[in-house]
Design a protein around this ligand. Structure first.
Ligand code: IVH
Length: 680
């Protein structure tokens, strides 16, 4: 007979249980520590999404092994910080359950129907889920008598005086209710956050990691005078106990609260499931343009009778849910630091990660910009780092977790030679970068220049992408941009190569031939002159009209042009003086016909063609500069914002026009977004 112990370990179910409970214990311990860091120290060490993931797993296990202590499922927030008086909430400040995709959202709706035994879709409100700190404010006879943080959901911290330091927070209200408890979120705008962190930096103090931590750290101050100096704002989205409550819907509450003088969260009414999804999509795609950080969308059943029928689980209401955005910040490990050589010879270190999802995209590397940046941030190979997608596009390392370093982490040394051609590298006066001295003889620089030449804004040659350029360069068929127009010498061989056939080779021939006639600005841009982007190339083409003139232009002539500075002027002149460039250009011109520049040629393919744009605030260059540029792209420049305005381009300290645009739902764009749109 087998003994009992062997039996136990031969039992896969039991084995799984032991493993699961070990994992659960571990998770409970970790989550306790992360809660402490987040709620009490306002200094989290893991991303929200990683936390959400761990918490979900813990809840799943707590539900599976229901006789094990439930430390995570029932927990909301953290205990009261010492120094604050405790406030017992009249009704608990409960948290929301999360969903992460459409399927889970559908599940949530299905559960509502199942619970109520109906097949009706009850109208819901959708609202931004602000990433701040929740508060409760109790008014008795119209006077604010108590303000509290959420704390652990049952007991919070007394922050009455602190709430009153928030600009516009009502001390008294004209209230028809003997007592009313108003609840919402305290937060800091993105812009104010930047300013606050600048001040903090000047004072030599530790920077706040994000607006949420800054808001929490500012509100939970024992000295309200400090709170007063912080740019806190608030929005109201729910309520606690109310005497003689007379509204019947969530929407009804917003109307009342607004009348009482509160700033109220905006909401969208949704009367079917598809509308929930489009509200989510709308808020998700507009969140970058919002003043404050939001991390998801909250959906609430509008009708309060239906809400009370649904009631609560131990953890959250059944009538509301938070549909969280995909993580915008994620933690991963640096596997390697690779050095890339760019078109102009600049060496750029790039961190390679274990792939991780950031804001909906899988990220496996991020530029570290330059070698000083590696030193400044002290990033080492093997380090755990948090990464974000800045402006939602380019991944960026935000933080290095030095305390998670192990024996595999090691420092990275800047190269003394070009990693591609082995030539010397030099640093150029007053620039941070290192450069390969080998110019276009360096295969990396040469292929990058070729890729740039065929790119969309330049010659835009179909069928000649990055992969083909590398292949043809390595075969020695294309060494410089002029060789592209002699590529057909190799077509017989190309036809026999894997991945190519008669058809694709003929298409390539047509695509190249089509570009033998080219716009002047495309040629100028395609040459890859340092600093000359598409906008400058268009300015050069429009100003000088012919390529011959541009080739011979002097620095003095160039610097009189709006949009061209001294450095760029020097680079342009130096480019055309270079012997190698001169040779290649002469050969290239033999293959090309340059289209005549037609006065005021308007770019009909631009996203601004026929659109009305209003410019407001202080931009990095003169208003006229942006006006001219936009007009060239076919835009009309308006002086005031109305529903007919298509875009508002805003800069620093934009005022009423920006506010009006937001009220009217006009698209607002920053200079960076303008750049992206033009290049798109
Ligand atoms: S409603 C019972 N609405 O998210 C309903 N909460 O994860 C209570 N939050 O504790 C909350 N925006 O701190 C609600 N529009 C919104 C919200 C919101 C942000 C926060 C709040 C809440 C947490 C739940």
């Amino acid at each position: 007979m087998k003994n009992k112990e062997t039996d136990l370990f031969n039992n896969p179910e039991m084995e799984q249980k032991i493993l699961d409970l070990q994992e659960l214990k571990d998770l409970q311990k970790k989550l306790l520590q992360y809660d402490e860091e987040y709620y009490n120290n306002d200094a989290p060490t893991i991303s929200d999404s990683e936390y959400d993931k761990l918490k979900r797993r813990a809840i799943e296990l707590e539900e599976k092994y229901f006789d094990f202590p439930k430390l995570v499922s029932k927990k909301v927030g953290a205990k009261v910080k010492s120094g604050f008086a405790k406030v017992k909430h009249t009704t608990p400040m409960i948290s929301l359950d999360n969903v992460f995709d459409r399927e889970e959202l559908l599940d949530f709706i299905t559960k509502i129907k199942r619970y109520l035994k109906v097949d009706t879709f009850y109208e819901m409100v959708a609202e931004p889920k602000i990433d701040g700190l929740s508060f409760s404010a109790l008014y008795v006879d119209g006077k604010l008598v108590q303000g509290a943080t959420r704390g652990d959901g049952e007991t919070g911290e007394d922050i009455t005086k602190n709430l009153l330091q928030i600009k516009g927070f009502p001390e008294s209200i004209k209230s028809p209710y003997k007592s009313i408890e108003i609840r919402g979120e305290v937060y800091i705008d993105k812009k104010d956050f930047e300013k606050l962190n600048k001040q903090v930096e000047e004072q030599g103090k530790k920077l706040f990691a994000n607006p949420r931590n800054a808001a929490a750290g500012s509100l939970r101050q024992l000295n309200p005078e400090i709170t007063k100096q912080r740019p806190l704002k608030y929005l109201v989205y729910t309520w606690g106990k109310v005497e003689n409550q007379d509204w019947k819907t969530q929407e009804g509450f917003y109307k009342k609260a607004e009348k009482l003088g509160f700033n109220v969260q905006k909401h969208i009414l949704c009367d079917n499931f598809e509308k929930l999804n489009s509200a989510y999509d709308f808020l998700f795609s507009n969140r970058a343009g919002m003043d404050y950080d939001i991390d998801g969308v909250v959906f609430k059943v509008n009708n309060l009778d239906v809400q009370s029928e649904l009631g609560f689980t131990a953890r959250a209401p059944r009538w509301a849910v938070a549909y969280k955005f995909p993580p915008e910040l994620a933690i991963t490990r640096v596997k390697n630091i690779r050095v890339q050589v760019g078109r102009t010879g600049v060496l750029t270190p790039v961190a390679e990660f274990e792939p991780v999802n950031v804001g909906g995209a899988l990220v496996s590397n991020a530029t570290l910009h330059n070698f000083d940046e590696i030193k400044r941030k002290d990033i080492r190979v093997g380090d755990y780092v948090s990464i974000a997608r800045s402006g939602d596009v380019i991944p960026k390392v935000i933080e290095v977790f030095k305390d998670r370093r192990d024996k595999y982490s090691h420092e990275f040394e800047a190269p003394h030679n070009c990693p591609v051609c082995g030539s010397d590298v030099v640093s150029v006066d007053d620039q941070v970068g290192l450069y390969c001295v080998n110019g276009l003889s360096c295969p990396a620089q040469a292929t990058e220049e070729l890729k740039h030449f065929v790119s969309r804004d330049a010659f835009d040659i179909d069928g000649l992408g990055e992969k083909q350029i590398e292949l043809f360069y390595n075969k020695g068929w294309i060494k410089n941009v002029a060789d592209i127009f002699e590529l057909e010498k190799h077509f017989d061989e190309l036809r026999t190569m894997e991945g190519f056939g008669d058809k694709s080779v003929e298409n390539l021939r047509d695509a190249i031939n089509e570009k033998r006639t080219i716009d002047l600005y495309r040629l100028v841009y395609g040459l890859g002159i340092v600093g000359v982007g598409i906008v400058s190339a268009k300015i050069l083409a429009k100003t000088f009209k012919t390529f011959e003139k541009i080739r011979e232009v002097t620095v003095n002539e160039l610097i009189t042009i709006d949009g061209i500075g001294e450095v760029m002027a020097g680079d342009i002149v130096a480019f055309f003086k270079d012997e190698h460039n001169e040779k290649v250009i002469n050969k290239l011109l033999g293959f090309l016909t340059i289209k005549e520049v037609i006065e005021e040629q308007i770019d009909t393919s631009s996203p601004f063609y026929g659109k009305t744009v209003v410019i407001t605030g202080t931009l990095s260059k003169s208003r006229d500069y942006f006006k001219n540029m936009l007009e060239k792209l076919g835009a009309k420049i308006g002086s005031s914002v109305s529903s007919k305005t298509d875009y508002v381009l805003y800069g620093e300290d934009a005022g009423s026009k920006l506010i009006k645009a937001k009220e009217l739902g006009v698209k607002i764009i920053s200079e960076n977004e303008l750049d992206v749109l033009i290049k798109s």
